[in-house]
Design a protein around this ligand. Structure first.
Ligand code: ATP
Ligand code: MG
Length: 452
């Protein structure tokens, strides 16, 4: 990279010629910028904050870059923690808001004092650690995309562009800085970031940035599952989950994140899993629009639903009973998936509960529905059932029963479950006498099913 860094002056866009105003930057970020500046340091807003403001969008967060070393930043702020192994960063905390401050870094093999390499690379070129401080210009060149390497300087309120980011922003282009293949090898997560920004910002990928994506997905195998989990949240919880999903599939990246799901999606004559998934992704996007909370567990439950069913059917065909098959399939699917994308227990447990409640939602006689409705995961499980309803007739009838049931008052509910029990007794089920069968509150019972 170093040889590619020209030492030309940046394009400087003075304050009157751009639309970034301090009023649009979070008060905390402005505070941090000024504190650094007043202490004699260079202090700039950088990355997504500058990019989004220039695009007239509301930034998700504000990242700051400075020539102050992390220890110097630490001394300036009482509310500051140094974090990170790969990149040493300062986090300045204001209540729940965190402003991230990074020291300008170079992407060079030699550290500035000539004391040897500060960049640790794997044999395949992947950067493992690159804590080599550098100038603002070097900092610009080691960033991923040109549109992410623009600086808003608090000293004069100008925007600085070392890499042609402004022109790309105006042309609506996402372009990797430097040689794309090399940059993807250095950090394969940049492939996911390219897709994420394309989906979120509605920009096009520059052809040279786009071309290698189709064939480099395998590089994601080198990325630790925990990092891919963080990335996966950003991919699917940024408000553009559907477009992101379609692009990930288009560039053959999705299968490297969710191999079992990809396998199911590729099976011919099967359109079901995609519909359920698309509905789950649409739901996530919609909930974000409505400012409702979203739980990654629900998304994982949808992403892995088809692999779960497939695994269950295999076990059932071998004579394993329904309950056992669900448990075993959930174990296998979760274990296999965690090898690619980590699935922390705080999400994998509720995901499993959503799955486990699906057959329980079929038990609609006696006190069971009343009890089930108070289960902490009931709402998520019911929502999941309604997702399934689009692609599964039996689930649709059941979802209808529950929807009506939830609208009833206590007396009506009691009556509905009595009717369900009566209908069951009338029809009888000699083979599975002890298991309840779903009966609708309006007495038109959905057909019994033991297939989730
Ligand atoms: P957003 O926060 O809206 O998702 P962002 O561009 O700010 O987008 P961050 O993950 O917050 O993304 O990163 C901040 C900046 O750090 C980026 O804009 C980019 O300049 C740089 N950066 C982040 N990840 C990488 C990477 N993998 N390789 C090179 N530079 C990166
Ligand atoms: Mg950011």
């Amino acid at each position: 990279m170093e040889s590619q860094i020209p030492t030309s002056l940046p394009i400087l866009i003075p304050r009157p010629e751009h639309n970034i105003s301090r009023a649009n930057i979070s008060a905390n970020a402005v505070k941090v910028l000024y504190r650094l500046h007043d202490a004699g340091h260079r202090a700039c807003l950088v990355g997504g904050g500058v990019r989004d403001l220039l695009l007239g969008r509301e930034p998700k967060d504000f990242d700051i870059a400075t020539d102050a070393r992390p220890e110097q930043v630490h001394k300036l702020f009482r509310n500051c923690r140094l974090i990170g192994r790969r990149f040493r960063l300062a986090h300045v905390q204001f209540g729940r808001d965190i402003v991230e401050v990074a020291t300008f870094r170079a992407c060079s093999e030699e550290s500035e004092d000539g004391s040897g390499s500060g960049v640790e690379r794997a044999a395949n070129g992947r950067i493992l650690s690159d804590n080599v401080y550098g100038s603002i210009e070097e900092d610009a060149w080691r960033r991923d995309f040109t549109i992410n390497a623009l600086y808003y300087d608090i000293a004069n309120f100008a925007v600085l562009d070392y890499v042609g980011g402004i022109a790309d922003l105006e042309a609506g282009l996402i372009r990797l800085i430097g040689d794309p293949v090399q940059r993807y090898h250095e950090d394969p997560v940049r492939m996911l970031r390219a897709v994420r920004f394309a989906a979120k910002l509605g920009l096009r990928l520059d052809p040279a940035t786009e071309a290698p994506l189709h064939r480099l997905g395998h590089l994601l195998e080198q990325i630790p599952p925990a990092r891919l989990f963080e990335e996966m949240l950003k991919l699917f919880m940024g408000g553009c989950a559907i477009q992101t999903f379609e692009l990930l599939r288009h560039y053959r990246l999705f299968g490297w994140l969710f191999p079992a799901t990809e396998h199911c999606l590729n099976r011919q004559q099967q359109h079901y899993p995609k519909t359920l998934l698309i509905r789950a992704l649409a739901n996530t996007d919609q909930r974000l629009v409505e400012d409702k909370p979203i739980n990654p567990a629900f998304l994982f439950a949808a992403l892995l639903w088809e692999p779960l069913r497939e695994q269950m059917h295999r076990l059932q065909a071998d004579g394993v009973d329904d309950h056992e098959a669900l448990q075993e399939a959930a174990d296998t699917v979760t274990r296999e998936q965690s090898r690619r994308v980590a699935l922390p227990r705080r999400y994998s447990l509720p995901m499993r509960e959503i799955w486990e409640l699906q057959p329980r939602l079929m038990q609609i006689t006696g006190k069971r529905p009343l009890r089930l409705a108070t289960h902490p995961r009931f709402r998520a499980a019911y929502d999941f059932l309604t997702l399934r309803a689009d692609t599964d007739e039996q689930a649709a009838e059941l979802a209808g029963w529950w929807t009506r049931f939830l609208q009833m008052d206590d007396a009506e509910r009691l009556q509905a479950t009595r009717l369900a029990a009566k209908a069951q007794a009338k029809k009888g089920n000699p083979r599975r006498r002890r298991k309840s069968r779903p009966v609708s509150p309006d007495q038109s019972a959905p057909p019994p099913t033991h297939d989730v």
